[in-house]
Write a protein that binds this ligand. Structure first.
Ligand SMILES: Cc1cc2nc3c(=O)[nH]c(=O)nc-3n(C[C@H](O)[C@H](O)[C@H](O)COP(=O)(O)OP(=O)(O)OC[C@H]3O[C@@H](n4cnc5c(N)ncnc54)[C@H](O)[C@@H]3O)c2cc1C
Length: 588
């Protein structure tokens, strides 16, 4: 076992982790631990854009952006956080520009901007051009730019290091972060990283679903690791289904396709969004568009031989425009569905995309132990965190923004904290790596007969079938019973590879444990929330219920407690921060 010492340890090298590292790396001894090589992080798959009210191509301001974010999130957004994000968006884009990011430009040389769902002029009057972009490779450009700047600042990376535990100590009755324990993929060695501060930036957990836009690696590790250490998770029941996944596959076609003029049509060729969102139509927020699509299919107006998808029509756009603005995603349609977007509409259906919930933080990215107690030295940013700027439904382009704004804030806050903090002493009579050693050894030596792939498949299938765009008590109970049975089967899981070098078998088994744990929390939260809001739609409770549910869900691990029949969990609530926008009816 190797032991390392740093001021700041950042877990994750996606956009949030690297944006944090650029700040902290210039001010404090910083290590970035990442299970993927940094430029393979999912941020690199982001397509459409990153928004900021630059007003480069039409009138706009950060207050409109704040309002859109709050309304888009169906009023579960913490409004102080949304204000910070919308205000700091402008510098976040300019920071990236100065770091060298090649944004698309207007003819006068300004950063160009395009439309995206839910972003409007003057509180919903019409769509506004707010998304900055680099063709449909915006995330790729962000990730490369951030990585180059990390290298420039000499940030130390530990690539293919899987963090499997968070170290915490108690000093004078206060629980603090003390480091992280990682498994090195190449050697199978376990490393203890002692540090004054730890920043989690481990991304999402879309792999709880089968049909998803998310990469295979998005297994919610940071979310599960902190939860296992007694920290709460916030608003996990809210999961976003992106309207335009390639039908049957889930591969994403960015909302930029609609931002550039693409239109959704049902099997009858009708532009059905005119009925559901008469003002902004195809550019309504994702929860509304995804539900409308699912509804068209349910009511028999789907397209295709089985009428089980709808169509994204780009055929009225000039091929040259498609090539300039949407080159990658149209290539996906050709490659994976054999459809030519110049001349044929593309079959699409909602795909699991983004977890609004996660590790609760305040606006300085400090992790919360409960509603207002901060854990000294512990930070989280990006998709694994819940600030909450997205509330119950995130607007497109607000995540690339979130990772830049709150990644930067996390890096700055951690660097400031370590200036005066001491390196926490670990208890001498305890082995800090014991938890991880036991987990790894138990898995490696297990003679279990259940396969990882089979359990994962069953998990993803029940989540797809029962925790979807539309949910009811009955579907959620089915999913919960399935997940409980799968957790039993998981106790008897076995792996083929018993070696120590590049043992991906072992790590997939551990990641499956994270997915099972997270799924349970998602379902329990969804069962408890007997209302419909944003991405969470209960057919048995179709209305938003502000009197009873205008509050965040906080779920804790607690052996003494029980929630929705599940032992070992405790549920509490956290008030929503309302500054200037009282909840209103949400019409588009
Ligand atoms: C296909 C697609 C397109 C998208 N398009 C857009 C868009 O156009 N605009 C927009 O705003 N948003 C978009 N999003 C959402 C957005 O890209 C993500 O929410 C965001 O990039 C997440 O960034 P992150 O830094 O939090 O995590 P990620 O970029 O996912 O990075 C996670 C990091 O954590 C590391 N990690 C994870 N677990 C561990 C562990 N156990 N130990 C060590 N390291 C670990 C990984 O190695 C990785 O480096 C898109 C998402 C997808 C999937």
């Amino acid at each position: 076992m190797q032991v390392h010492e740093y001021d700041v340890v950042i877990v994750g090298a996606g956009g949030a982790g690297m944006r944090a590292a650029i700040e902290s790396g210039q001010r404090a001894r910083t290590a970035v631990l990442t299970k993927l090589y940094p430029t393979r992080s999912h941020t690199g798959a982001a397509q459409g854009g990153m928004c900021a009210a630059l007003a480069n191509v039409e009138e706009d301001n950060w207050e409109w952006h704040t309002f859109d974010t709050i309304k888009g999130g169906d009023y579960l957004v913490d409004q102080d956080a949304a204000e910070v994000m919308a205000k700091e968006a402008i510098d976040a884009v300019l920071d990236l520009e100065k770091m060298g990011l090649p944004f698309n430009r207007t003819p006068e040389g300004k950063i160009d901007q395009r439309r995206f769902g839910g972003h409007t002029r003057d509180h919903g009057k019409a769509p506004v051009r707010r998304a900055c972009y680099a063709a449909d490779r915006t995330g790729h450009m962000i990730l490369q730019t951030l990585y180059q700047n990390c290298v420039k600042h000499g940030v130390e990376f530990f690539n293919e290091f899987y963090v499997l535990d968070l170290l915490m100590v108690e000093e004078d009755g206060v629980k603090k972060a003390a480091g992280a324990v990682a498994y090195e993929l190449a050697t199978g060695e376990i490393h203890v990283f002692r540090s004054k501060a730890v920043v989690f930036a481990t991304g999402g957990f879309g792999k709880v679903f089968k049909t998803t836009s998310n990469a295979h690696t998005l297994t919610g590790d940071g979310v599960a690791v902190t939860f296992r250490r007694g920290l709460p998770l916030e608003d996990m029941e809210f999961f976003q289904f992106h309207p335009t996944g390639l039908a049957g596959l889930g591969i994403l076609l960015s909302e930029a396709a609609r931002g550039e003029g693409g239109i959704l049509r049902n099997g009858d060729g009708e532009r059905f969004m005119e009925r559901y969102a008469p003002t902004i139509k195809d550019l309504a927020p994702r929860d509304i568009v995804a539900r409308s699509m699912a509804n068209e299919v349910r009511e028999g107006r789907g397209a295709g031989p089985n009428k089980d998808y709808v169509l994204l029509d780009l055929t009225h756009l000039e091929p040259a425009h498609i090539d300039a603005k949407l080159p990658d995603i149209t290539e996906f349609a050709r490659t994976y569905l054999g459809v030519e977007p110049y001349t044929e509409p593309v079959p699409v259906f909602p795909t699991a995309h983004y977890g609004m919930g996660g590790i609760p933080t305040n606006i300085d990215a400090e992790v919360l132990l409960d509603n207002d107690t901060v854990v000294p030295g512990l930070y989280a940013a990006g998709e694994c965190a819940c600030v909450s700027v997205h509330g119950s439904n995130r607007l497109g382009t607000n995540s690339l923004l979130d990772i830049n704004v709150f990644g930067k804030r996390a890096g700055l806050a951690a660097a400031e904290y370590v200036k005066t903090a001491k390196l926490p002493e670990l208890p001498e009579d305890e082995n800090p790596a014991e938890f991880v050693q036991t987990m790894v050894e138990t898995m490696r030596s297990s003679n279990g007969t259940e396969s990882v792939a089979a359990i994962r498949k069953d998990l993803q299938e029940t989540m797809d079938a029962n925790v979807q765009v539309f949910r009811t008590e009955e579907t959620l109970r089915t999913a919960l019973a399935d997940v409980e049975a799968l957790r039993e089967r998981y106790k008897n899981v076995g792996i083929q590879d018993r070696g120590s070098r590049y043992n991906l078998d072992l790590l997939e088994a551990i990641e499956l444990g994270f997915l099972l744990e997270i799924s349970e929390i998602v379902i329990v939260g969804a069962l408890h929330r007997k209302e419909s809001r944003g991405g969470h739609f209960r057919e048995d409770f179709p209305d938003r219920d502000d009197a009873n549910f205008m509050k965040h869900t906080m779920i804790y691990k607690d052996p003494e407690a029980e929630v929705e029949g599940i032992k070992g969990l405790r549920m509490e609530n956290k008030p929503v921060v309302v500054t200037r926008y009282q909840p209103m009816e949400r019409k588009y």
